[in-house]
Design a protein around this ligand. Structure first.
Ligand code: GTR
Length: 393
């Protein structure tokens, strides 16, 4: 009887294992769209041509086919400090909790920003903004709970300001209630086949947090990084692609719809992500399930939209679902756009070895040991990366 049960469980698992596609040999042959060839087949040769032609074209393509169009305006934005503590973290930090009220069409949504400023830094400090897709306890302003997902003390001790907001403020991460955030202000986008959904809303939320950080005297507005893990890492990339006020972006274990190439169909596929999370992407993206070759973009072009700013992609060996190699290849295939700015390539032709971070390159990458998570190891590399590049390399 026992043997029969084992056999049944095994047989039930077979389709799952196959569906996961973790075999490099099964990656289909694919051709990536050329970053430097515009839709009407004009070759982009200079950064001016990139900035005036191809960059806007790609932003439109990503909006229309992947993430959905973002709002272009709001009628009012208001910042209210709801709590502060000048001697947080045993005096090492100044805590500010800020409610960001955004109004449009007589409706208002609130984004709650948690911000710690390093007290030992006398001038404006560089900052990291986390798009928090996990529990709110991970960004506890009281610091009664501490989490490696957002090791705020570590950043403060290195002279960084550290900020976070929770994705649910911008859009609940739920297929039936996602519209009860910022999309309430933009019914036209909710109705549109190419309007934003949750990832777009989270990216928009990060930009509203940036609106506040821009006028916070103790933050260096030219040195603000946006970071996210997994679904938050997808949103961080889309945010920084659109909002060039972010000087640096970190995408941790973001996988499909984030840092990894859709055309590889390795791990999570477009079909699968749209089935499990139908509320993340614009409705049009569903057309590309099992039809990745028809996508006018792939994720290397999202990386290219960061140029010439530093972008770092963190991956993990056991996180095959998010395709660590496909993420490396996306970075690699953005190099030609960085070259337009005279920025050198990622100094490794092949995927770097485990636990060998590439920091001294505007295209940063690591493959660490372990599972799908945002860890202290990851943050250590991201801080080193930000320090290196913010100190003008
Ligand atoms: C996974 C999902 C991914 C990823 C992740 C997360 O289950 O398949 O696309 O974003 O969740 O956010 O943790």
């Amino acid at each position: 009887m026992k043997t029969v049960t084992c056999l049944l469980v095994f047989l039930m698992l077979i389709p799952k294992v196959q569906a996961q596609n973790y075999e490099e040999a099964k990656v289909p042959a694919y051709t990536l769209p050329d970053p430097l060839l515009s839709l009407n087949k004009v070759r982009i040769k200079t950064k001016t041509e990139w900035e005036t032609t191809r960059r806007p074209e790609l932003l439109r393509l990503f909006a229309d086919h992947v993430y959905g169009r973002s709002p272009t305006a709001y009628s009012d934005i208001k910042f209210t400090v709801t709590n502060e503590n000048k001697v947080a973290m045993e005096g090492r930090a100044y805590l500010k909790e800020v409610r960001i009220d955004v109004t449009q069409h007589q409706k208002t949504v609130a984004i709650h920003l948690i911000l710690f400023l390093p007290n030992r830094v006398s001038g404006p400090a560089p900052a990291f903004l986390l798009i928090n897709n996990r529990g709110k306890e991970n960004t506890d302003p009281t610091r009664a709970t501490k989490s490696d997902f957002w090791p705020a003390e570590m950043l403060i001790d290195q002279g960084f300001a550290v900020a976070a907001f929770h994705v649910s403020d911008a859009a609940p991460d739920d297929k039936t209630t996602f519209q009860n955030g910022v999309l309430q202000l933009y019914p036209d986008l909710l109705a549109a086949d190419n309007g934003m959904r949750t990832l777009g809303a989270w990216a928009w939320g990060a930009s509203r947090a940036m609106d506040y950080l821009q006028q916070e005297a103790r933050v260096d507005k030219n040195k603000v990084a946006v970071i996210g893990h997994s679904r938050g890492g997808k949103a961080a990339l889309w945010c920084a692609a659109q909002d060039q006020r972010f000087a640096l972006v970190v995408s941790n274990c973001s996988g499909t719809g984030g840092a990894s190439l859709a055309r590889r169909q390795f791990g999570e596929t477009v079909q699968r992500i749209n089935t499990t999370f139908p509320h993340w992407f614009t409705p049009k993206y569903k057309q590309y399930g099992d039809n990745e070759a028809a996508l006018p973009v792939d994720q290397h072009l999202l990386m290219a939209l960061m140029a010439p700013r530093p972008v770092y992609v963190g991956t993990a060996v056991e996180d095959r679902w998010a395709d660590p190699l496909g993420s490396f290849l996306a970075l690699k295939n953005a190099e030609t756009v960085y070259a337009l700015y005279g920025v050198g390539p990622l100094p490794s032709a092949t995927q770097p070895q485990v636990n060998t971070p590439v920091i001294e390159s505007r295209l940063g990458y690591h493959l660490r040991e372990g599972v799908h998570n945002l860890t202290r190891y990851d943050w250590t590399q991201y801080l080193a990366f930000a320090r290196y590049h913010f100190e003008k390399h």
